[in-house]
Design a binder for this molecule. Structure first.
Ligand SMILES: Cc1cc2nc3c(=O)[nH]c(=O)nc-3n(C[C@H](O)[C@H](O)[C@H](O)COP(=O)(O)O)c2cc1C
Length: 163
């Protein structure tokens, strides 16, 4: 099987936006993480695949949630990327230090972002060391920050969990 090293000529050139994925379970437990493994996978209906690492705190909460927030970060939002990408809900309450509101799907929506989406979780399935969540977008959520933070434009970030 190929290793990440073998695939470096490809992987070293790929860029993608960094998102903050947010979820809230029926018992009101909330979680969220920084995610790059996100893609639209259908135009009509407007479906997205959001891949959550199986070791992340976010996974167990997402599995019990019916709604999901998906936020693009503005170019100036490195601190928010660090909070959601370098800290874990296993150890800290990430939502204690950010403004958020409850969306109509039950997902917690960040007030500060470039722009966000709120969606219904239709299902999820294993795709390897990540679990892919199929999300039907229901509305865009205004964020207000300019530009887009991407994997290559962000400073080095150190994931709160190894995978
Ligand atoms: C640049 C970058 C991209 C990441 N992409 C993903 C991703 O697509 N899916 C994922 O589940 N975690 C991803 N992570 C890792 C999580 O954001 C990180 O481990 C986080 O601390 C997990 O938080 P949690 O335990 O509260 O869920 C990424 C981290 C970084 C720094």
């Amino acid at each position: 099987m190929s290793t990440s090293q073998d695939l470096a000529p490809f992987l070293d050139r790929v860029d993608y936006p960094l998102y903050v994925v947010t979820v809230r379970a029926p018992d009101a437990e909330m979680s969220g993480c920084l995610a790059g493994f996100v893609t639209q996978c259908s135009i009509d209906p407007p479906n997205f695949l959001v891949c959550v690492s199986k070791v992340n705190h976010t996974l167990s909460v997402a599995e019990r949630s019916s709604g999901m927030g998906l936020h693009l970060l503005g170019a100036d939002q490195v601190d928010l990327a660090r909070l959601f990408g370098e800290e874990s809900g296993d150890r800290v309450d990430k939502f204690a230090s950010v403004d958020w509101r409850l969306g109509s799907t039950g997902a917690p929506l960040l007030v500060e972002s470039a722009v966000g989406l709120e969606g219904q979780i239709l299902g999820h399935f294993s795709v390897g060391d990540h679990e892919a969540f199929l999300m039907r977008a229901v509305r865009a959520v205004a964020g207000g920050h300019g530009g887009i933070l991407t994997y290559r434009t962000a400073p080095p970030l150190h994931p709160g969990h190894p995978a």
